[in-house]
Design a protein around this ligand. Structure first.
Ligand code: SAH
Length: 251
């Protein structure tokens, strides 16, 4: 059995209770060494076989899982954040299906949630934005044409960009082409929830300069939108004049 586990975005105590239990029980752990906090490996039992997938190809990780399976062992494949976002688990599951190896998935705290916590903000403010667009700038990995940042920017919604910290000239160019002004609030969140976390508030026009001044080239999210500083109306949910399934309006 293979357990695909979300490690959370950095701080080791952000892993779920289930994820921690699976790590403690695993005979083999394959972790994404480029981003997963190594402190999580302290949960591994004595004698657990540990591999860093940052140095391996898909074929090599699948070979390790296949050998473990044949020996009746349990494998944890530990991915950063939540495995469903930019985790390359799709291709891995396709191989496991092909080999008839059973697997399940344990979600994790994605860095987009870690970044909101670091910023102490809510992405979905009433009357400001009720939509979060999660995307990335096209780099060595292409992005479908209809999902270009300029096309997505046209919504004026909250945007969270992964894997884009090295492409900030292009990000500013595309966001402005799509309709954001250069002075739209933005923030770069570096290593959310790690000890060396950095939160840099700026604007769409100063993204590149801000990253350079703070020495940030990777492991960062770019967030964009009025949620970062808007005046906003209060939510209906906790409004005394609004009835819900659980509470009668009181005025
Ligand atoms: N599955 C992960 C994302 C993996 S892709 C998740 O859910 O978070 C790797 C990218 O995620 C990095 O390039 C960076 O953009 C972002 N990232 C991962 N951890 C981060 C963190 N702690 N702080 C900010 N960005 C992070």
């Amino acid at each position: 059995m293979v357990h695909i586990v979300g490690a959370g975005c950095g701080a080791p105590d952000l892993i779920t209770l289930r994820g921690k239990r699976l790590l403690e029980e695993a005979d083999v752990i394959i972790y994404a060494g480029s981003l997963v906090n190594r402190e999580l490996l302290d949960y591994a039992k004595e004698g657990c076989e540990i591999h860093d997938s940052a140095k391996m190809t898909l074929e090599e990780t699948v070979t390790v899982m296949d050998a473990a399976e044949k020996a009746g062992k349990t494998t944890v494949r530990l991915h950063t954040g939540d495995p469903s976002l930019y985790g390359a688990i799709g291709e891995q599951m396709r191989e496991l299906n092909r080999l008839g190896i059973e697997y399940d998935i344990t979600p994790g705290v994605s860095s987009f949630a870690g970044a909101a916590a670091a910023l102490k903000t809510e992405y979905t403010l009433p009357d400001v934005s009720q939509t979060v667009i999660i995307s990335r700038a096209a780099g060595r990995t292409p992005v479908p044409e209809k999902e270009s940042l300029s096309a997505l920017a046209a919504h004026g919604a909250t945007m969270v960009l992964f894997l884009s910290a090295g492409l900030l000239d292009k990000v500013t160019e595309e966001l402005t082409a799509g309709g954001y002004s250069l002075d739209t609030p933005a923030a770069i969140v570096y290593k959310a929830s790690w000890d060396d976390e950095k939160v840099c508030r700026c604007t769409v026009g100063t993204l590149k300069q801000t990253a350079e001044e703070n020495g940030i080239t990777k492991t960062a999210l770019i967030t964009v939108g009025q949620f970062l500083e808007s005046e906003f109306t209060r939510s209906k949910l906790y409004d005394p004049g609004f009835s819900t399934e659980y509470r009668e309006a009181t005025k």
